[in-house]
Design a protein around this ligand. Structure first.
Ligand code: FAD
Length: 294
């Protein structure tokens, strides 16, 4: 019997989007949402101010998803470059809109010093969220250590503090090798962390962009990825198939290792994510059926 069925009868998913910036992207955005909703995700999440995107637009996207889908929506919220009053106002607005999930983040400052009068980090934000309402809280975790962290130990201590302060789970930065996550999972256990830490999966739509971005966020790209993708430069179909094979292999190994939820960084595209989720679902269903027949 294959390992997929042993651990997970129903694999859970969550899907992350960023707010659209152009009107013409809207139709595509809703098509992607429509493609992914049938998989009954645990939640859709919407990034906040990531890569310079507009925070107001993020809150509008959260509200629209909440109104137009039957899926729970998790609003990402960062504290950098915001006063406490701004952050508290956003929390109150989200609560009044019926949003009950937040991904609590420090964020990366654009250099504006106004946040000195704001919450300093995700840990302080969790305290504010607790006062604002009974939100479900997710936080960020870094299997390869946050690039600005003083040490791996301080990074782990930071995650533990966020979870001890009341966060319900963590979602990881993306990574490409299953061993990266498995090593991290061992370290989490050693640190006494027993809340769920959900692997973040980034399907590769554009390898060369991902390579550039990964340097900044400290995610290692295996050498063999570079070799394979370079060999397929200019062949979009071959690159797509390679990206699918690699992501699917990673997800399957994670499931075989007992992971029961995957968080996808969709980049507002459903082509690869949809194929990955469909193929995983088929395989699990197929193995379930085999088991019942046996
Ligand atoms: P914390 O939990 O406060 O810190 C995490 C670790 O980084 C700690 O070890 C801490 O010491 C170290 N660290 C962080 N900043 C510094 C610093 N300036 N100096 C020294 N050490 C530092 N960003 C967005 O802007 N919008 C988003 O919507 C968004 N969503 C994300 C979702 C996920 C699942 C993840 C993994 C990341 C996301 N990010 C987002 C990126 C995140 O904001 C950055 O990685 C940020 O630098 C750290 O935020 P944090 O909440 O993890 O910080």
């Amino acid at each position: 019997m294959s390992g997929l069925v042993q651990h997970s009868n129903r694999l859970k998913y969550s899907f992350e989007f960023f707010p659209t910036s152009q009107q013409e992207e809207e139709n595509e955005f809703w098509r992607v949402v429509g493609n992914l909703e049938p998989f009954e995700p645990e939640f859709f999440s919407v990034t906040y101010g990531a890569l310079g995107s507009a925070r107001k637009k993020s809150l509008e996207t959260v509200e629209q998803l909440h109104i137009h889908t039957n899926t729970q929506i998790a609003a990402h919220l960062t504290v950098v470059d915001s006063t406490k009053a701004d952050t508290d106002f956003v929390l109150e607005t989200l609560w009044n809109q019926g949003i009950r999930r937040i991904v609590a983040l420090t964020g990366d400052s654009r250099g504006d010093q106004s946040w000195n009068s704001g919450y300093h980090n995700a840990l302080e934000l969790i305290g504010a969220i607790k006062k604002a309402g009974d939100f479900d809280i997710s936080v960020a975790a870094y299997p390869e250590v946050h690039p600005k962290a003083e040490s791996a130990q301080s990074d782990m201590d930071c995650l533990k503090a966020k979870l001890d302060a009341g966060a319900n789970r963590a979602i990881t930065q993306y990574f490409f090798e299953v061993d990266t996550f498995l090593r991290y999972r061992d370290q989490l256990a050693k640190a006494g962390i027993d809340k769920p830490v959900i692997p973040g999966i980034l399907p590769i739509h554009d390898f060369f962009k991902v390579r550039k971005f990964s340097k900044r966020c400290g995610a290692t790209i295996p050498d063999y990825y570079a070799i394979h993708f370079a060999g397929m430069e200019g062949n979009a179909a071959a690159q797509h198939q390679l990206a699918l094979d690699l992501a699917l292999e990673l997800c399957e190994k994670l499931v075989q290792e007992g992971v029961d939820q995957l968080h996808f960084y969709t980049l507002n595209r459903s082509d690869l994510v949809l194929q990955i989720v469909k193929q995983l679902s088929y395989k699990i269903e197929f193995e379930n059926n085999l088991q019942q027949v046996a």
